[in-house]
Design a protein around this ligand. Structure first.
Ligand code: NA7
Length: 583
C-alpha cells in the first residue's frame, strides 16, 4: 500500500473528479489494473464504452467465437485462489464462458464499483503545469488524473471497409466485432460473409448450417489448423492444477507466454520422414504455436517455412472435395506471418451444397447494392451481410481518442510515421500515460493474459517508485525510445513476419503506415529487458523533466534477441507437453 501522507493532490468537486489513475477499458487489462491500483491505495476509476466487463469478449459474440489460446493458459494467474476455483469446461473456451469468467472476476474482487460502463473517453489532454491528465468522456463528470492507463485492447477498433453503397443494402448488416446480444437467426436466409480471418473461419461453419445459402467473400486465404477442441476431464485438470503456480512461472519466461519445449534443431537437421512426423504431431495438437515451434528456423528461413507451409496446404487440399475450390483456399504467404486460425470444420464447410466461395482478389467487390454484393461481373443476392473484416489493430482504439501530450501534440501527429514507444509501455511527449500491451511489446504475438499481467505489474511498480520519490511525472527519453523502436524493427527484420500483408503491419487498413508493431523477441526476453530497465534505475525515463539514469548496460536492453529461439531455456515439467495429458 502506498503511503499517501505527503499527498497534496486536489480533491474532487461536484463535476470534476480527481483521480490518481484513470484506466480506459474494462477488459482483462483494465480489470487487473484497477485491482492493482486499489491494492496500492490509489484513487482509481475505469471507464468502458461497453455495458459490462470483458473487453473484446463483450463485443465479439458471433457464433463460434472462441479463444485460440487454451483456457488454462488464457486466464489470470495473479490469484492462486481464483485459478484453483475457476473450472474451465473445455480446451478452447467459448466467448460466453470467457465472458462469464470476466464477470466472475469482477464480482469476486468487487471491481465493478471502480468502473463506469457505457462511457467513452473522447479527449485526454495533458496539463504540463499540473502534471495531470484532463479527461473528457461522454458521461457527466470531467476527470482529472495523474496517470492515464490505456487498456483499450489491441483488437477493439472494428474495421468496416469503405465499400461503395453499404448504406443502400436492404438486408441486415452485422459485424463480428459488435454482434448483437440477442440471438441472430439466419435460418433460411442467404448470408454473405466478407472476411476469412479468425472471426470468419470460426463463424462460417456455424452460420452455414442454418443459412439457405452462404457466400464467402475471400480476399486472402488463411492458414487454419483443426482446433481439436474437447471438453476437459475435470479430474485430470485438478491433478494438473497442483502445479499451476509453477506452470505460470514457466509461462512468464517462455517465448509466447505458453510453456513449450525449445526447438533445438533446424528444419534441415532431420530426415523428410522425421520432419513430416513432427509436423503431423504438432498439427494434431491443435495449437498453431506448436507447429511454429517445431524447428528453430520456421520463422526465419523461407526454405524452412516453405516446408511447413506446404505441409499445411496439403492438409487443406485433403479436406476439400472440389480441387478447384481447394486451390482457392490455399494460403500463399509464409506460414504464421499472418495470425494462424484454429477451426472446427472450416474447410469441410466448402463441401456443402449451400456454400459458395467467391474469390474477391480475382474479382474484387465493386459495390454493395440493395440486393447484395457485386464482385467482378456477378451480383450475389443476400439477406444478411456479415463483416468479419477485423480491426484497426493495436493503434486504432487509442488513435480514435483525442489524446494530446506536451505542447498540445496529438498522438496521431506523434505516430504519423507509425507507433513509437519505449518498451511498448510509454511514448515520448505523453508523460504519465501508459499502454497495456502496446505496440513495441510482445502483445498480440503472446498469450495476452501473461503480457497484460506483466505490464500492469510493471506500471504498478513504477507508480510505487514515483510515490516513494515524490515524482509527479514520468516520460520516456526520446533517445531511448528511438533505440527501442530500432531494436523492435531490427528483430522483426530478421524474421519472415514482415513478408505478409498482415494487421501486425497495419496492412489491412488503407493508408495506415506500415510498421511491424508487435515485438517478436519473445515474452521472456522482453520481460528480462523491462526488468533490466528497472534494475538500471528506470534508465531511459525522465522524472519531473530530468533524466534519472542512463542505461549502464544498454546491450541488456537493446541488444540482440534471437527471434527464432529466444526464451527456450525453460521446459515444462513434463518436457513441453503442457496439458496434452488431458486431451
Ligand atoms: P482479420 O484476421 O483481420 O481478418 C479480416 C478478414 O477480412 C481478412 O480475411 C481480410 O482480408 C478481410 N477483409 C478486410 N477488409 C476487406 C475488404 N475490404 N474486402 C474483402 N475482405 C476484406 O480479423 P478477424 O476478426 O478475423 O481476426 C482478428 C484477430 O482476432 C485474429 O487474428 C485473432 O487474433 C483474434 P485480408 O487478409 O486483409 O486480405
Amino acid at each position: 500500500m502506498i503511503n499517501r501522507a505527503h499527498d497534496q493532490s486536489p480533491t474532487s468537486t461536484p463535476h470534476v473528479r480527481q483521480l490518481d489513475i484513470l484506466v480506459v477499458g474494462a477488459g482483462f487489462a483494465g480489470m487487473y489494473m484497477i485491482y492493482r491500483a486499489r491494492e496500492l491505495g490509489l484513487r482509481v476509476l475505469a471507464v468502458d464504452r461497453a455495458g459490462d466487463v470483458g473487453g473484446t469478449w463483450y463485443w465479439n459474440r458471433y457464433p463460434g467465437a472462441r479463444c485460440d489460446v487454451t483456457s488454462l493458459d488464457y486466464s489470470y494467474s495473479f490469484s492462486e485462489e481464483l485459478q484453483q476455483e475457476w473450472r474451465w469446461s473445455e480446451k478452447y473456451a467459448t466467448q460466453p464462458e470467457i465472458l462469464a469468467y470476466a464477470r466472475h472476476v469482477a464480482d469476486r474482487f468487487s471491481l465493478r464499483e471502480m468502473i463506469e460502463f457505457n462511457t467513452s473517453v473522447t479527449k485526454a489532454h495533458y496539463d504540463e503545469q499540473a502534471a495531470r491528465w484532463d479527461i473528457t468522456t461522454d458521461g457527466k463528470d470531467r476527470l482529472v488524473a495523474q496517470f492515464l492507463v490505456l487498456a483499450t485492447g489491441c483488437l477493439s477498433a472494428a474495421n468496416i471497409p469503405e465499400i461503395t453503397g453499404i448504406s443502400t443494402f436492404g438486408g441486415r448488416v452485422l459485424h463480428t466485432a459488435s454482434w448483437p446480444h440477442e440471438n441472430v437467426d439466419v435460418s433460411d436466409r442467404r448470408v454473405g460473409v466478407i472476411g476469412t480471418g479468425s472471426s470468419g473461419v470460426q463463424s462460417i461453419p456455424i452460420l452455414a448450417e442454418h443459412a439457405s445459402h452462404m457466400y464467402v467473400f475471400q480476399r486472402t486465404a488463411n492458414y487454419s489448423l483443426p482446433a481439436h477442441n474437447h471438453p476437459f476431464d475435470q479430474n485430470a485438470v485438478e491433478e494438473w492444477k497442483r502445479n499451476y503456480r509453477g506452470y505460470r512461472e514457466i509461462a512468464k519466461y517462455s517465448r509466447n507466454g505458453i510453456p513449450m519445449k525449445r526447438p533445438e534443431k533446424s528444419t534441415f537437421d532431420v530426415s523428410d520422414s522425421e520432419r513430416t512426423a513432427t509436423f503431423e504431431e504438432a498439427y494434431d495438437s491443435g495449437q498453431f504455436a506448436r507447429l511454429e515451434n517445431t524447428y528453430n528456423d520456421i520463422m526465419t528461413s523461407k526454405a524452412a517455412n516453405d516446408l511447413v507451409s506446404d505441409f499445411v496446404r496439403s492438409n487443406i487440399m485433403k479436406k476439400v472435395s472440389d480441387p478447384s475450390v481447394g486451390r482457392k483456399l490455399l494460403p500463399r504467404m509464409p506460414f504464421a506471418t499472418k495470425r494462424v486460425c484454429l477451426d472446427t470444420g472450416y474447410f469441410e464447410t466448402f463441401n456443402r451444397g449451400n456454400v459458395t466461395l467467391v474469390d474477391v482478389k480475382e474479382n474484387p467487390i465493386r459495390e454493395i447494392t440493395y440486393e447484395g454484393v457485386v464482385a467482378g461481373s456477378n451480383t450475389y443476392e443476400i439477406d444478411d451481410l456479415v463483416f468479419a473484416t477485423g480491426f484497426d489493430a493495436m493503434t486504432g482504439a487509442v488513435l480514435r481518442m483525442d489524446i494530446r501530450g506536451r505542447g498540445g501534440q496529438t498522438l496521431t501527429e506523434a505516430w504519423s510515421g507509425g507507433p513509437r514507444t519505449y518498451l511498448g509501455l510509454t511514448t515520448t511527449g505523453f508523460p504519465n500515460c501508459f499502454f497495456i500491451t502496446g505496440p513495441g511489446s510482445p502483445s498480440v504475438l503472446s498469450n495476452m493474459m501473461v503480457s497484460i499481467e506483466q505490464h500492469v505489474d510493471w506500471i504498478a511498480d513504477l507508480v510505487t517508485f514515483m510515490e516513494s520519490r515524490q515524482f509527479a511525472s514520468v516520460d520516456a527519453h526520446g533517445k531511448d525510445q528511438e533505440a527501442w523502436v530500432g531494436h523492435v524493427a531490427s528483430v522483426a527484420r530478421e524474421t519472415l513476419y514482415p513478408e505478409a500483408d498482415s494487421w501486425y503491419l497495419g496492412a489491412n487498413i488503407p493508408g495506415k503506415t506500415r510498421v511491424f508493431m508487435p515485438y517478436v523477441g519473445g515474452v521472456g526476453s522482453y520481460r528480462r529487458r523491462c526488468d533490466e530497465v528497472v534494475r538500471q534505475g528506470y534508465c531511459g525515463f525522465v522524472f519531473d523533466d530530468e533524466l534519472y539514469s542512463e542505461p549502464s548496460d544498454p546491450d541488456r536492453i537493446y541488444g540482440e534477441a534471437d527471434p527464432a529461439n529466444s526464451d527456450g531455456e525453460v521446459q515444462t515439467r513434463d518436457g513441453g507437453e503442457g496439458m496434452r495429458s488431458n486431451g
